[in-house]
Design a protein around this ligand. Structure first.
Ligand SMILES: Nc1nc2c(c(=O)[nH]1)N[C@H]1C(S)=C(S)[C@@H](COP(=O)(O)O)O[C@H]1N2
Ligand SMILES: [Mo]
Length: 514
């Protein structure tokens, strides 16, 4: 072999070696970060996913929401993880390059470890998870160096290079110890650290209002007994409440540092601590939420019993002038604006289904604004800012119109074959504060209509209902169509439209082949 070919081979071997170690170290670093931080903003991919989502052009986000739904969130997170991996791998490659230049052992693990920890801290501001990330990366690089010490001709004098073990064994050894380490780091992280889940919201919300107030448990019982007995149909209090967030990770709010401020065009600003909120009189209410991005037969419509303080009790002490609108702002950078009148029956929720408000649904507090699209029900709320002039909210800047009242919708989520040969179709219907008066079903593609059976209404002025219809199936394939009539007697519009920009409309239909 000519010397130049040998040189080329050596460079190539170095590149492959560096690449493999950087990959293992990157994976170990991400595993450690996730293990320690969990699914919180201290996880290295969390803030990156947020930045990616915010930098994305509105049209792309709209496309993702309308056509990819939840898949879009995963795609975003996946991309963020690749970015995070790139950052960590970069520190490793830099470490090796520097180490070779200065020809001092252990420069690479130090540079890679400190670099990774630093970058993680810059991204997340989380100290413990960043230290863990840096350590995991450093350890993997250190192991790779220890394994190859005997042969690295560019680190040590050339004559010692003979003692090295065969390259494949080295790589395999490095790989498996790297993976073992990430697994160990991950398991340790799962045990302790600054895991967001250490904010324990799995306790009773307590303080459930005055004597006249119906207790959460009696409301839950009522919902259970009014739920229709249909296999596969979500009960009137959702078992799995949907989530929509601008970030892939939920903020971890420490109530000691949290407050709710009423600011802007008010006579005097008022601030509430969590403790002060808890001392106030609360109410228990059913409120359903639907996201403006929900497709006509999507699943971003749910219902819960919420415990909270009427929002007017919070803003009246501030003295609110006669003005147009209000902006709600949140800990995660989210903000939404809407007409101030909508606050009138609003609730500042601190509890959900009898428990402390879960982190994913806005712990410590969220707004619930009856009859409006989900987006103005701001979670992790920090400010109620009274405005004198209209401004655009987060989603409105991206072209959505999600601050108004919801559309009327009847969904068809269940199709069962009964033992007696009949077919059972069922779903939920929702029309915000207008309420649902009737649901009609057609089993002949819209020629003739029959009234479906509805679940008895639950108390409250923003609550969904269930419907069910059972019929003898015709012999041939047929189209089932469903539509709701709201409390004002308005029939749900037939014409189909996409969720963007102001919520999906149209009758839901499905083909049934008996
Ligand atoms: N702070 C904050 N509040 C938020 C959001 C958010 O991303 N951040 N998403 C909004 C949207 S678009 C919807 S549909 C509802 C969903 O509430 P849920 O996640 O509790 O179902 O929360 C709204 N409140
Ligand atoms: Mo939404």
């Amino acid at each position: 072999m000519t010397p130049s070919v040998q040189r080329l081979k050596r460079i190539l071997r170095k590149r492959v070696h560096d690449g493999v170690v950087a990959t293992v170290a990157g994976i170990a670093g991400i595993a450690a970060s996730y293990g320690i931080a969990g699914f919180t903003p201290e996880f290295i991919a969390g803030p990156i996913a947020g930045v990616l989502a915010r930098r994305m052009p509105g049209a792309v986000i709209t496309f993702v929401i309308v056509f990819l739904g939840d898949l879009g969130q995963y795609l975003n997170l996946f991309t963020a993880i690749i970015f995070a991996y790139g950052l960590l791998a970069f520190t490793v490659v830099t470490g090796f390059a520097l180490g070779r230049r200065v020809k001092i052992p252990f420069v690479a693990p130090i540079v890679a470890g400190v670099g990774s920890g630093f970058l993680s801290f810059v991204v997340t501001r989380g100290t413990i998870a960043s230290a863990g990330t840096g350590t995991a990366v450093a350890v993997v690089v250190l192991i790779s160096e220890l394994l190859s010490l005997g042969r690295i001709d560019d680190l040590l004098p050339a004559q010692r290079a003979k003692t090295f073990s065969p390259p494949r064994r080295r790589v395999l050894g490095g790989l498996s110890s790297g993976f073992a380490l990430s697994a160990i780091g991950f398991m340790f992280g799962q045990q302790g650290g600054t895991h967001g889940d250490t904010i324990d919201t799995d306790r009773d919300v307590g303080n459930t209002g005055g004597d006249t107030e119906q207790s959460v448990s009696s409301l839950l019982d009522e919902a259970a007994s009014k739920s229709l007995d249909v296999a596969g149909l979500e009960p009137l209090v959702s078992e799995d409440f949907y989530k929509v967030d601008i970030n892939s990770t939920d903020p971890t709010v420490d109530v000691e540092d949290w407050s709710l401020k009423v600011t802007g065009a008010v006579d005097n600003e008022v601030t509430y601590s969590y403790e002060e909120l808890q001392a106030m009189e609360t109410e228990n209410r059913f409120v359903s939420l639907r996201c403006v991005g929900d497709p006509i037969n999507g699943k971003k419509l749910d219902n819960a019993v919420w415990t909270g303080v009427p929002i007017m009790d919070l803003i009246e002490p501030a003295g609110v002038p006669d003005t147009c609108c209000v902006m709600l702002r949140a800990y995660d950078g989210f903000f939404e604006e809407f007409p101030v009148e909508a606050l009138e029956n609003g609730l500042l929720a601190v509890g959900m289904n009898g428990k402390v408000l879960p982190r994913g649904h806005g712990y410590p507090a969220r707004a619930l604004i009856p009859g409006h699209w989900g987006e103005i029900n701001v979670k992790w709320i920090t400010h109620i800012e009274i405005l004198e002039q209209e401004q655009e909210g987060y989603w409105e800047k991206l072209g959505w119109h999600g601050t108004g009242p919801v559309n009327t919708i009847a969904k068809l989520h269940v199709e069962n074959r009964l033992e007696d040969g009949r077919i059972e179709v069922a779903g939920h219907a929702y029309a915000g504060t207008r309420g649902v008066d009737k649901v009609e079903v057609s089993t002949d593609g819209g020629e003739t209509w029959t009234e479906a059976k509805l679940s008895d209404p639950l108390p409250g002025n923003d609550v969904w209902r269930q419907w069910v219809h059972r019929y003898e199936p015709p012999v041939e394939a047929h189209t089932v169509v469903v539509r709701a009539v709201d409390g004002n007697g308005n029939l749900q519009p037939q014409e189909q439209s996409n969720a963007f920009p102001s919520g999906s409309t149209g009758w839901v239909s499905t083909e049934i082949d008996p």
